[in-house]
Design a protein around this ligand. Structure first.
Ligand code: GLN
Length: 476
């Protein structure tokens, strides 16, 4: 499917086809937390009647359920917000709507976007469309599965430490995390505010360019959103980057990577060489410290962001027994409302911020973060982009790592440093791994300089034009 396919047909027919496919498949995949059938059809009819139009007129889209909409519920996959109705709509969602997109539903996620497998949701896990016994990655696993299964051509996710790129890699689709500040975070339920960024999940780079063109750009409602002008990402998309220099960090060839990931990565490098790129071997030693720094900074910010969910200002309120007081109300509400992974993050976060540990943990992590950024800047003085795997493993079995938080965190080794540095990056389908009789997608990650998304997309497009991995579909 190329870009033009998302722009053809009547909006109503497309909304119906999308909803029908969701109804047919979702009892098995469980990508959605809610479908907005009636509202979607009504909106599509309005568009067909000429009432609205734009760059995405009539395109069915899905939103990760941590993006606020002024209808339905915004659950974050959490018992705490299971019944929460947002009074307003996230800017990124509003821009899609204004461009004519039809919102079909909200997608499943790890609770508050904390996780790498979409198993930590109060609604239960999402399955990978390529093998229903496996995870789709996370935390935007519902969005990735909905696109991979052909339910919608475009979904939004959020990426704090890899949550768009890693599920894209595990589901065989394109996942783009723009530069920090490129897309307004207004209406995205905050996980770790200095790292959070909204991104796109699509079947190909052309569709990503169309969607990014709509959602990127300054928003007065988010003071961290950039004032930089947004280029037309679709223009010149097919023009190859002349004299392309791609950096490959030694750390990306880690022997701990799954052998099929190593094979696909090596083949991708070869393909770029055939396309005329110069491969530059570099050293980014701080990649190895990314996980440690990220799992201090992210929980620290999360513990602060989630403090408002106390059963009074926000969130589900626990029932009190006679004689119990305010303190018990907080404790009970938060113990009942948050799942175990979120509780773990809050405890980690408050610990690293507590007096006596603040310098040893939080301040040290900030110093590492600074050096990670400097290291990338050094590489970009000589290269257009960095090439790395998006994930060290293809999709694993549901349950395999659910009770081993450290094993789960280590899956984020190639993605978290990018958020710490605030850079744009994307995962592009690059091969299929044979694992225990299953064919599982493997993505490769292209990392670019801040605000250089347009060239990053072109670098990815060179590979897409020369391969057909993005056309492969799961055996559903
Ligand atoms: N897996 C990472 C975490 O659990 C990243 C999540 C994300 O990007 N939202 O923090």
């Amino acid at each position: 499917m190329n870009t033009s396919d998302i722009h053809s047909g009547k909006a109503r027919d497309r909304a119906l086809a999308s909803l029908r496919r969701a109804e047919e498949l979702d009892s098995r995949i469980h990508a959605f937390t809610q479908l907005f059938s009636e509202k979607a059809i009504a909106r599509a009819e309005e568009i067909d009647a000429g009432g609205a139009g734009g760059a995405l007129a009539g395109v069915p889209v899905a939103l990760k359920d941590n993006l606020c909409l002024s209808w339905g519920r915004t659950t974050c996959g959490s018992n705490m917000l299971r019944d929460y109705e947002s009074p307003y709509t996230a800017t990124a969602a509003q821009r899609l709507i204004d461009a004519g997109a039809v919102i079909i539903g909200k997608t499943n996620l790890d609770e508050y976007a904390m996780g790498s497998s979409t198993e930590h949701s109060c609604f239960g896990p999402t399955s990978n469309p390529w093998d229903l016994s496996r995870v789709p990655g996370g935390s935007s696993g519902g969005s990735a599965a909905a696109v991979a299964a052909g339910i919608v051509p475009i979904a939004l996710g959020s990426d704090t430490g890899g949550s768009v790129r890693q599920p894209a890699s595990l589901c065989g689709i394109v996942g783009v995390k723009p530069t920090y500040g490129r897309v307004s975070r207004y209406g995205l339920v905050a996980y770790a505010s200095s790292l959070d960024q909204i991104g796109t999940l699509t079947r190909n780079i052309g569709d990503a360019a169309s969607a990014l063109g709509v959602i990127c750009g300054h928003d007065p409602l988010d003071s961290t959103s950039s004032l930089r002008e947004v280029p037309d990402f679709s223009r010149d998309l097919d023009a190859p980057v002349q004299g392309l220099r791609l950096a490959v960090p030694a750390q990306a060839r880690n022997p701990a990577n799954h052998p099929e990931v190593s094979r696909v990565f090596a083949e991708t490098i070869e393909k770029y060489k055939q396309l005329g790129a110069t491969i530059v071997d570099v050293d980014l030693p701080l990649i190895d410290h990314g996980i440690a720094a990220y799992y201090i900074v992210a929980p620290a910010e999360a513990s602060s962001n989630l403090a408002r969910l106390d059963g009074i200002r926000y969130g589900r309120r626990a029932r009190l027994a006679p004689g119990e007081d305010l303190f018990e109300l907080y404790c009970k509400s938060r113990s009942e409302g948050f799942g175990p992974e979120v509780q773990r993050r809050i405890m980690l976060g408050t610990h690293v911020l507590s007096s006596g540990y603040y310098d040893a943990y939080y301040n040290t992590a900030l110093k590492v973060r600074r050096r990670i950024k400097d290291d990338f800047d050094r590489v970009f003085s000589d290269c257009h982009a960095v090439l790395m795997p998006a994930s060290p493993s293809p999709a694993w079995k549901i349950g395999e790592k659910a009770n081993d938080p450290l094993a789960m965190y280590l899956e984020d080794v190639y993605t978290v440093t990018i958020n710490l540095a605030g850079l744009p990056a994307m995962s592009v389908p690059a091969g299929l791994a044979s694992v225990a009789g299953a064919q599982l997608p493997v993505g490769v990650q292209i990392v670019s300089q801040a605000f250089d998304e347009a060239r990053m997309l072109r670098i990815g497009r060179m590979f897409e034009l020369a391969t057909d991995w993005h056309t492969r579909r799961p055996p559903l």
